[in-house]
Design a protein. Structure first.
Ligand code: DLL
Length: 439
């Protein structure tokens, strides 16, 4: 056992034991898909796969990937749910719509046992960031159709915590709850946390006056950007932890431990691979590629080799916390569809964020705007960022930011400092990049 407490001893199993569990679950899962899912029956037939063809975990590489657009097409082909979902509706317990900005929405469905499994691995996640019985949780994840709020609620009940189910309540109420109920744990999107910190500052409420110990943030990039993490920690007086998930698979499927050195998966529930997007072959440990996930136990809507489009690096190194399950080293590096290609250079919005959040003179809101020049048709990239006090010395500050951005991005961009509060605030996931080049 390592030096940190763990929720379940399964989190510290040897790799050989984890692999044994995974292989047995994978065989059962593939048999389930072959039995009920027209979607997978057809996909497996197309690649000549039979349900007993898996002998070792590595054989998974012979199976096809499952892409988001296939799930969307499946729903259109077999309306209203698609052929991927367990047809016996009596076994369904919950359905949630997927998010995303492109293509049609589809549903993610869970049975009662699936929900119990989600609660089990989410409990591990919140325990690993340090949530304990008796904690007071300020839960700002939405309760409605998104799964995050409900999942945290279930975990809080299971761990014996007092929960403030505030969801997306108005900022005034959020602050009132923080002051009156003195929560110890804040859970939400990083965007929400920064909005909250701003409003607390405006009202003169110092972090020291709050009782928060832990911040657990996910659903969008933030905590893994070093300068963002340290700002969140300073502005709210917390230790900030990253948590990752996606509606298609599960709201929170990987979380940091108290070492803050990567996010552990629950490998007895999810088999994770990193795939080179060009060769479509598995990456070596530590190599950067696309995260691909296989549901090992889910009944209602098992996804096999689901192509998340999230760019990651995995680490199998033993973690100082004692957990042995694989980690996302450095969190989500970016999304394959978010990469900015500008004057032949490639960079992610998180790289811009890391530079900007180092400057104390700047607020936390920013936009990366790509636009063609009306006259020349040349393309430009402008980083618009809020400055806490616009006044003397602004040119020098702009130049300093430009220089640091050029060093990081390997390409020159324009910098425009705008007054604090002038950029639109979003309550959910903030869209950082506005690309007008092909419009
Ligand atoms: O955002 C589920 C979630 C809820 C995760 C609460 C964490 C906490 P979707 O709306 O389907 O699900 O969005 C999933 O968001 O593929 C990533 O691109 C991005 N994302 C999620 N967590 C992180 C994170 C929820 N910690 C998509 N860092 C994923 C960076 C993240 N990106």
């Amino acid at each position: 056992m390592g030096k940190r407490a763990v929720y379940s001893k399964i989190e510290c199993l040897d790799r050989s034991e984890i692999r044994k569990i995974q292989l047995s679950h994978l065989k059962e899962q593939l048999a389930r898909c072959c039995d009920f899912s027209p979607f997978y029956q057809q996909k497996f037939r197309a690649c000549g796969f039979e349900k007993n063809d898996i002998e070792k975990l590595e054989d998974i590489k012979n199976l096809p990937f499952t892409y988001r657009h296939e799930l969307q097409e499946d729903k259109s082909r077999i309306p209203p749910y698609g052929g991927l979902i367990l047809p016996d509706k009596k076994k369904w317990a919950e359905a949630h719509p997927t998010t995303g900005t492109t293509g049609q929405q589809f549903y993610a469905v869970w049975t009662k046992d699936d929900v119990a499994r989600i609660t089990d691995f989410t409990t591990r996640m919140l325990f690993s960031v340090g949530v304990r019985p008796g904690d007071i949780i300020h839960n700002s994840f939405q309760y409605g159709l998104r799964m995050g709020g409900l999942s945290v609620q279930r975990v809080a009940e299971k761990l014996g915590c007092f929960v403030l189910p505030i969801g997306e309540g108005p900022i005034r109420t959020q602050i009132e709850f923080l002051v009156n109920f003195r929560p110890t744990v804040l859970i939400g999107y990083p965007t929400f946390a920064f909005n909250l910190a701003e409003k607390l500052r405006e009202r003169g409420i110092e972090p020291g006056k709050l009782s928060l110990r832990i911040g657990c943030f996910g659903g969008e990039p933030g905590v893994q950007v070093p300068s963002t993490r340290s700002r969140l920690e300073q502005e709210l007086g917390i230790k900030a932890y990253d948590i990752y998930g996606l509606v298609e698979i599960g709201p929170m499927i990987a979380a940091e431990c108290e070492e803050q050195d990567g996010l552990h998966f629950a490998e007895d529930y999810h088999l994770v691979e990193v795939i080179n997007p060009e060769t479509l072959q598995p990456c070596l440990s530590d190599e950067v590629g696309v995260l691909v996930i296989t549901d090992l136990t889910r009944e209602a809507m098992p996804l096999i080799r689901y192509w998340t489009n999230d760019i990651v690096r995995l680490s199998y190194d033993r973690c100082a916390c004692g957990r042995t399950h694989v980690k996302l080293k450095g969190g989500i590096i970016g999304r394959a569809d978010d990469i900015i290609i500008y004057h032949g250079n490639k960079f992610y919005p998180a790289q811009v964020e890391n530079i900007l959040h180092r400057f104390e003179e700047l607020g936390t809101e920013f936009k990366v705007i790509l636009h063609p020049d009306k006259n020349t048709g040349m393309e430009y990239c402008t980083v618009k960022v809020e400055c806490l006090h616009v006044g003397l010395g602004i040119d020098i500050l702009e130049d300093k930011i430009k220089k640091e951005l050029r060093e990081e991005l390997k390409v020159s961009v324009k910098v425009e400092l705008v007054p604090f509060g002038s950029l639109e605030r979003e309550t959910l996931k903030t869209k950082r990049v506005l690309d007008y080049r092909n419009t």
